[in-house]
Design a protein around this ligand. Structure first.
Ligand code: PMP
Ligand code: GLN
Length: 378
């Protein structure tokens, strides 16, 4: 007897869980699932402890605690000059993505998504009864081709409703340029698409700069911008995220969110407000460390005889290993004592990702150095 619904077809266990289990089983260094091995700023941890003691232990308001909502609005204003009409606190960026897609897609709608894509996108599009229409980024440069973007929207034949954007981009490490984002904005305006913009790596940029798509002409009124404390402040386990944008889009996400989790993590929401209120020194130091880690790993990938691909942002770097990525990653723990992720898992076009492997570099410098020496020697 089949118990699970058909919408779960093909979802199984995420590649992140699978590869973390492989690391645990083999004792290899886990450069697969992206999570830091150091906590974020101690004063933010203290703020969480203080919030627990101060009695912030009951349901947060549906929209999030006022201090965090104000801090998100201030963050968007200070960094980008954006003044979103509304903001909703969510259970990590993951819930914001789910709520947005469930709120915006009719069954049968198409979602334009840039592949390789973060795995929850495909799942949430399926939960919404919609279909994904990928636009492919190809190695080595992973550029977004405006012609392919337009062709994808045309091919959707009027069914395209949402464009799901992610820059800085997981898993490629690309930071989309002003020209690429202009093409995205033009397409959204021309075809009346809503843009759901996942910007969780907004502060992890080493070359170029992060441009929120909502700052482009015609986009503030049609963009829901998503982020979280996971990457910028190294608290991936807190699952405090948010989305901001036009009143109507935020309200739609809020309507869904109230029946997913209603609210979450009241004391952590208070601490997240403290995190967003910190000066920029923490972000500068984090970037500096991550940039050094990236360079160490890129050199090791090259020394091992693989091709490192430029990563201007996020904490991921890809290598073209010249062979089937899934087989390569399955063998890597035995071969080098390192776990990585086959980037092919994030492509519908398996050929485009066939020989690409993603390494996470959000680990302590000594761990990265050890991984680098194992890879270079392997
Ligand atoms: N989007 C992308 C592109 C990510 O890499 C992640 C990290 N897992 C998320 C969303 C989810 O963020 P959160 O942990 O805040 O739910
Ligand atoms: N964002 C992280 C990654 O891409 C972790 C994802 C997860 O565990 N769901 O590796």
């Amino acid at each position: 007897m089949k118990l699970a619904a058909t919408r779960l077809t093909g979802l199984g266990t995420t590649i992140f869980t699978e590869m973390t289990l492989l690391a645990q089983r083999t004792g290899a260094i886990n450069l697969g699932q992206g999570f830091p091995d150091q906590d974020g700023p101690p004063e933010v941890v203290e703020a969480a402890a203080a919030a627990l003691r101060a009695g912030h232990n009951q349901y947060a308001p549906l929209a999030g605690v006022p201090e965090l909502r104000a801090a998100v609005l201030e963050h968007q204003r200070r960094h980008y000059g954006l003044e979103p009409e509304d903001v909703l606190v969510t259970f990590g960026a993951t819930e914001a993505i789910a709520a947005a897609l469930l709120a915006l897609c009719e069954p049968g709608d198409e979602v334009i998504v840039i592949e390789p894509y973060y795995d929850s996108y495909a799942a949430c599009i399926a939960f919404a009864g919609a279909r994904r229409r990928p636009v492919t980024l190809r190695a080595p440069g992973f550029a977004l081709d405006p012609g392919e973007l337009r062709a994808a929207v045309r091919a959707a034949g009027g069914a395209a409703r949402v464009l799901l954007l992610n820059s800085p981009h997981n898993p490629t490490g690309r930071v989309l340029t002003a020209q690429e984002l202009s093409a995205v904005a033009e397409v959204c305006v021309e075809h009346d698409l809503v843009c759901v913009s996942d910007e969780v790596y907004e502060h992890l940029v080493y070359e170029g700069r992060h441009i929120p798509v909502a700052t482009l002409p015609g986009m503030a009124s049609r963009t829901l911008t998503i982020s979280s404390v996971g990457k910028s402040f190294s608290f991936t386990g807190w699952k405090v995220g948010w989305c901001s944008g036009p009143r109507e889009l935020v309200a739609a996400a809020r309507t869904v969110k109230q029946y997913l989790t209603f609210a979450g993590g009241t004391p952590l929401q208070h601490a997240a407000a403290t995190a967003l209120g910190l000066g920029d020194e923490h972000l500068r130091a984090l970037r500096e460390q991550l940039r050094a880690n990236r360079d160490t790993l890129a050199a090791a990938i090259a020394a091992a005889g693989w091709r490192p691909l430029a990563a201007a942002g996020t904490y991921f770097i890809n290598a073209d290993v010249g062979e089937d990525a899934a087989g390569f990653c399955a063998a890597l723990p035995q071969r080098c004592g390192v776990v990585a992720i086959p980037t092919s898992a994030f492509y519908d076009d398996r050929e485009a990702g066939r020989s690409l492997v993603r390494f996470a570099f959000c680990k302590r410098p000594e761990v990265i150095a050890e991984a680098a020496s194992r890879l270079a020697g392997g």
